[in-house]
Structures are given as C-alpha cells and as structure tokens.
Design a protein around this ligand. Sequence first.
Ligand code: NAD
Length: 260
Amino acid sequence: MSRFDGRVAVITGAASGIGKEIALRFAAEGGIPVIADLNLDAANATAAEIKEKGGDALAVAMNVADEEQVEKAVGEVVARFGRVDVLVSNAGIQIVKPLVDFPFSDWRKLLSIHLDGAFLTTRACLKHMYAANYGRVIYMGSVHSKEASKLKAPYVTAKHGLIGLAKVLAKEGAEHNVTANVVCPGFVRTPLVDKQIPEQARALGISEEQVVKTVMLKDTVDGEFTSTEDVADAVLYFAAARSNAVTGQSLVVSHGWFMQ
Ligand code: NAD
C-alpha cells in the first residue's frame, strides 16, 4: 500500500515548477492530485502526464485570489471525489522592485495571490476536512518567510504572513485532526526564478552569473540550488503525518542558506 492511496490533494499552482513536482510525486504514491492553476492548458498537460504514467489527476481552472472561482473549483472536486484530504497552497508570483518605487498595484497583486489565495483555498477546503475529521494543509513559504532580501518587500511580507496563518490553523484545526505546516525553500530553478535573474541583474547593476553566485546561492553550504524534488519530499512528509504531533511548524529546505 502506498502512502497516499485514495487520498485527494488540491495543489494550487501545480501546472509548473514546484507544484507540478508535488502533484507528480503525490500521484506516484497512489494519491489523486487536483492541479488547480490559472493556466488551464498547462494544468491539463500535467494531469495528462500523470494519467499516461497510470495515475489519476484532475485539472481545474482556479485563480486563487478569486473567491468565487476558489469556491466553485473546490465544490467541483468534492462533487467528483467526495473528499479533500490535503491542501498544498503553492501558487505564487514574484515581483522585484525597490521599495521606494514599488507600485501599489503590484504590492496588492502579490499579496492577494499569496495571502488571499492561501486564505480562500484554506477556508474552502476546511469545511470538507472538518466534516471528514481529517486534513493536512501545507503552505509554500520560502526562506523569505524567515529572512529578508532587497527588492522583495511584498513577497517577504506575504511569506512571513503564511507562518501566522499556519499557526492559527494548527490551533483551530487540531480538534478536527487538521494539521497546518509551512515548507520554506531556498532558490529553486523554476520559471519563477529564471525570470528574476535578469531582473535582479538589471536592478542591482551586476551580471546574471553574479546574481546566481553572490545573491541567490552565496549563503548555501554547497553553492547549489534547492531542487523541486527536495521541496516535494518535505511537503509529502507533512501530507503523510499520522497525527497532530507536527503542526504549526515551518521547515526550511535551502541547502543551509538559512539556519534556524
Ligand atoms: P512557477 O512560476 O514555476 O509556478 C507557479 C504556478 O502558479 C504557475 O503554474 C502559475 O500559473 C500559477 N499561478 C500564478 N498565479 C496564480 C493564481 N493567481 N492562481 C492560480 N495559479 C496561479 O513558480 P514556482 O517556483 O514553482 O513557485 C511555486 C511556489 O513556491 C510559490 O509560492 C513561490 O513563492 C514558492 N517558492 C519558490 C521558490 C523558487 O526559488 N522557485 C523558492 C521559495 C518559494
């Protein structure tokens, strides 16, 4: 028997990068991932990839910052499978600019995807988790849940905020056997990071190679990027937890960039 046989996980932002890896790995261990993403074509492609490998998956269109879309998509999931066991709130974007010039519209956009998205998907799934007396909620934080970097004011703010949300849910969810934890990766080579390298190079007036070496990986123990597999391992550990023993926690997966 596999760890996630028969379990259903709503994974936001699972059409790309870290979320996609989590979906593939959850399916490989017998679970049914719901690929909830803004980009429905890419979500369908991920679901098709899982089905080709003999697994099951569902792609749903979801803007995590839109209350109606979140409620509708989670409703579809429950109508189809009758359950939501795991939520991985992972969808996210990055916008890098100095604080002094940060447009208010960009600040609000980033906070709404990361924080409103985490809240709305949590609330929508929680009703069903409470009814089933079981749930595992994992938020995708970042080393920036613990640490700051220049040019990332709303991202650092949002990622710190997720730790607060997880701690509240850990307390409220305990009597319903619902746990909440945060995984905090270092830099992972996904489209989100590939886009940032030239942007940071321009903003800081250095080469792209210098951004990687002197900004992104400078403080790691081995000069290596964190991999999507590294992050998925941590997420699936929290998803498989047998009790409330590990809840309200945050785990940094960053090749030693940040040490608690
Ligand atoms: P990615 O760009 O590869 O994937 C993000 C996915 O989220 C995309 O499929 C995109 O369509 C989707 N998305 C964006 N806005 C959405 C919305 N409003 N509603 C639904 N889906 C939406 O990025 P990634 O690197 O895999 O990042 C995933 C998460 O991991 C993010 O929360 C990010 O902050 C976090 N993270 C990434 C890194 C890294 O270095 N890549 C490090 C730490 C944390």
